[in-house]
Design a protein around this ligand. Structure first.
Ligand SMILES: Cc1cc2nc3c(=O)[nH]c(=O)nc-3n(C[C@H](O)[C@H](O)[C@H](O)COP(=O)(O)OP(=O)(O)OC[C@H]3O[C@@H](n4cnc5c(N)ncnc54)[C@H](O)[C@@H]3O)c2cc1C
Length: 409
């Protein structure tokens, strides 16, 4: 039976980033992943464009992921606009107000996965066990054990689950999770449009549908994100390219001119997940297995990066101090820090997603009023922008520095 200090379940972007974070720590790490090595090296296009904050970019730089992205894979997210119903005027987040030249970046999920795999391989420390699935986990005071569908067993001091928001490993460890199924499906697809996108992302809470537009590097191309009832989403996904383009042009009311299909068109069920605990005996969750965000606030992977970093730092410090990795104090510190970092936005996102998909007359009034108030309240907009543009370095975040020169916050 093979033995490692840590067995990571899942080599998605969170699991791979975590393995990179532990490089040089002296800890032996195994990653178990059902996909084959070749598929991890050249991931399939899943249509997702991931909006990254300044802090995420810095973490990706530190992990040696960022420089593995080609310039053509990185798009600028300069400003953001939130619209409600048929309004053309909405809540505008301008980069100028943040003290930064842009609010963030957009990178295809496929490119992030590839870069994370390359960085993990280049570090040359973690052992990848590919083409197999974890089918059982057990942990007690004496140690932890992972059972694979190949029949093999791995021993470890600690198991880290990074096996998606529907984590079977978390479930097997008996950790309950609050799940909210929004009963909707999200379609993502790249399109070309006649007018320029001005590097501005849109979140448009229309009636009967939610639309988002994420600007790509080409000023006439974006990723559209369309949230619909499941049956309607399937109907739209099945359209041919011409019908799809015409349908998008109509749904976006021609605001960016005629739209044409680039593809691919991928569908995702909308389910938010937050477990009661991130840790258990000799066990921790990271990535979506820890916090399964609704994509509307574009924070799933941003939280994934933050969480894996927090856990890796706690483990490195434990090792230096000669404390066991599975000590309660080590795992509890991660639990506390990551809960503190993620819970408020998780709850706010659930609330926002619930309110802005409710088309009843009273909800419509609240939706409109809330957006107008948010537009008028400067500190609210500044707080949101600070969350996007603070890179986590010590010292005042850029926005506070800028605003501090003008007036106290
Ligand atoms: C439409 C959409 C848009 C998004 N936009 C953004 C955005 O703009 N910004 C942002 O920050 N985030 C965004 N996200 C979220 C982001 O994509 C996820 O947070 C991120 O991909 C999660 O990474 P992960 O490694 O935790 O999980 P996953 O990517 O789900 O990877 C899990 C891995 O575990 C493996 N696995 C599963 N079961 C087992 C098992 N039993 N044994 C071993 N391995 C197993 C899987 O094969 C997989 O490789 C978006 C998500 C969606 C759906």
């Amino acid at each position: 039976m093979s033995r490692f200090d840590i067995v990571v379940v899942g080599a998605g972007p969170a699991g791979l980033s975590f393995a990179c974070s532990l490089a040089g720590s002296g800890l032996s790490v195994a990653l178990v992943e059902p996909q084959l090595r070749a598929a991890l090296a050249d991931p399939a296009d899943d249509g997702r464009e991931i909006a990254l904050t300044h802090r995420s970019r810095r973490l990706m730089q530190d992990l040696g992921l960022w420089h593995r992205l080609a310039d053509a894979e990185i798009a600028t997210l300069r400003d953001a606009l939130v619209l409600d119903g048929g309004d053309t005027d909405g809540l505008f987040f301008r980069h100028e107000d943040s003290g930064q030249s842009q609010l963030g970046w957009l990178v295809p999920n496929r490119a992030i996965r590839r870069a994370a795999f390359e960085a993990m391989t280049a570090a040359g420390e973690a052992t990848l066990i590919d083409g197999v699935r974890v089918v059982g986990v057990h942990a007690d005071a004496d140690g932890a054990e992972v059972r694979l569908d190949s029949g093999e067993r791995l021993r470890a001091d600690l198991i880290v689950a990074a096996d998606s928001r529907f984590s079977e490993t978390r479930r097997a460890m008996g950790i309950p999770a609050t799940m909210r199924d929004f009963g909707k499906t999200m379609l993502v697809c790249r399109v070309r449009h006649a007018l320029e996108h001005a590097q501005t992302a849109w979140e448009w809470f229309d009636y009967g549908q939610t639309l988002a537009l994420l600007p790509l590097r080409d000023t006439h191309a974006s990723s559209v994100v369309l949230t619909l009832r499941h049956q309607e989403a399937l109907r739209v996904q099945a359209m041919d390219a011409d019908a799809f383009g015409a349908d998008m042009t109509r749904r976006f009311r021609g605001r960016l001119g005629a739209m044409t299909f680039i593809g691919p068109c991928c569908a995702y069920p909308l389910v938010g997940v937050y477990p009661q605990r991130f840790v258990a005996e000799r066990f921790a969750t990271i990535g979506d297995a820890a916090v399964g965000m609704h994509p509307v606030t574009a924070h799933g992977f941003n939280f994934g990066l933050l969480g894996q970093d927090a856990l890796a730092r706690a483990l490195r410090e434990a090792r230096v101090a000669g404390r066991p990795l599975w000590a309660c104090s080590v795992l509890e510190r991660y639990e506390r820090d990551h809960r503190h970092a993620t819970r408020p936005l998780y709850l706010a996102t659930q609330l926002l997603a619930g309110l802005y998909t409710d088309d009843s007359a009273p909800a419509k009034r609240v939706r409109r009023a809330a957006l107008r108030i948010a537009q008028r309240i400067g500190p609210f907009r500044r707080m949101v922008m600070e969350a996007l543009t603070d890179d986590g370095r010590p010292g005042p975040p850029p926005l506070r520095k800028l605003v501090g020169r003008l007036r106290p916050l």
